[in-house]
Design a protein around this ligand. Structure first.
Ligand code: T3D
Length: 274
């Protein structure tokens, strides 16, 4: 079991737990993580999901031992058959589709806000997992590298889509080409994360921050996520139409009535009671 889960005050924290390998991902781990995210979105007690890593790493990307680079070429390390040393050719395209693509889509398409809490090094697919959150918070000890080109691969796990949108195409290309390691200050300046919390209290700071998001009106955040995620690929006209449709749904939400009542009663709104 390399993916742990805990639920506290509406915050479901999903932790990659292979610290001795900096949470490098086997394909089973990717599937476990994807399943945890999918189930988290469906869990009525979870209002916000946090993805983080145990130990000093967030995620060092694909487990290089499991992709058969030790001399024999790619081995059969697909889902359900992911241990190093399995014989036979591996269908890389299908494997990535069933594992990483499922994970990134689970984050993007699920109803709840997903916070990626980058506690340490994020490399390769781990870097792109870090980027995939609706909100990205980093520890002051976090580091980030699009490590793929160092092993002559291209960014996957959404990197070619996420990274140019985060930093613009030329910078994204440079990060992919050079695979340089960025620290938290550089990550914040570049827009790879929204906030940096002190490494000493990182888990506590993340929990407190996630609880603030969890206290916001859940359905409005779901619709906001849907509209903004869709907006990445829509025209302005299409986005305006989608906003109008989703706003009509938001108007029906008891949290909307609570927000209006709280405003006129000059008190703080308490969402999620309706
Ligand atoms: O097949 C497909 O589907 C292709 C998909 C590819 C997706 C990808 O993610 S490709 C990119 C894969 N990741 C990398 O190339 C990063 C490799 N790791 C590193 O470059 C460095 O480890 C780090 C920069 C991340 C951290 O460096 P450092 O000095 O802080 O730690 P370290 O000593 O290198 O690593 C600690 C241990 O973790 C070490 O194990 P050991 O020697 O103590 O037993 C190291 O081998 C292990 N480790 C780190 N990354 C990986 C890993 N083991 C397997 N796979 C890894 N990716």
């Amino acid at each position: 079991m390399h993916v742990l889960q805990s639920l506290e005050n509406g915050v479901l924290t999903v932790t990659l737990n292979r610290p001795e390998k900096l949470n490098a991902l086997t394909f089973e781990m990717v599937l476990e993580l994807a399943q945890a995210v999918e189930e988290g979105h469906a869990n009525p007690y979870a209002r916000v999901l946090v993805i983080t890593g145990a130990g000093r790493g967030f995620c060092a990307g694909q487990d290089l031992a499991a992709i058969g680079v030790s001399g024999d070429g790619p081995e059969n390390a697909g889902p359900g058959n992911a241990s190093p040393g399995n014989a036979g050719p591996r269908n890389i395209e299908a494997t990535i589709g069933q594992t990483y693509n499922r994970l990134i889509l689970a984050i993007a398409n699920g109803d709840k806000p997903v916070i990626t809490a980058v506690n340490g090094i994020a490399a390769g697919a781990g870097a792109n997992l870090a980027l995939a959150g609706d909100i990205r918070v980093w520890s002051s000890a976090a580091r980030f590298t699009e490590a793929f080109s160092s092993i002559a691969l291209i960014p996957d796990a959404g990197g070619t889509w996420l990274l140019p949108r985060a930093v613009g195409y030329p910078k994204a290309f440079e990060l992919a080409a050079l695979a340089e390691v960025l620290d938290a200050k550089a990550g914040l300046e570049l827009g790879l994360c929204e906030r940096v919390f002190d490494a000493e209290n990182f888990a506590l700071e993340v929990q407190a921050y996630a609880e603030k998001i969890a206290a916001r009106p859940a359905y409005a955040l779901t619709l906001t996520k849907r509209a903004m995620r869709s907006g990445q690929t829509l025209t302005l006209e299409q986005s305006l139409a989608l906003e109008a449709r989703l706003q009509a749904q938001a108007f029906e939400d008891p949290d909307h009535k609570e927000g209006i009542a709280a405003f006129f009663e000059k008190r703080g709104a308490v969402f999620g009671k309706g």
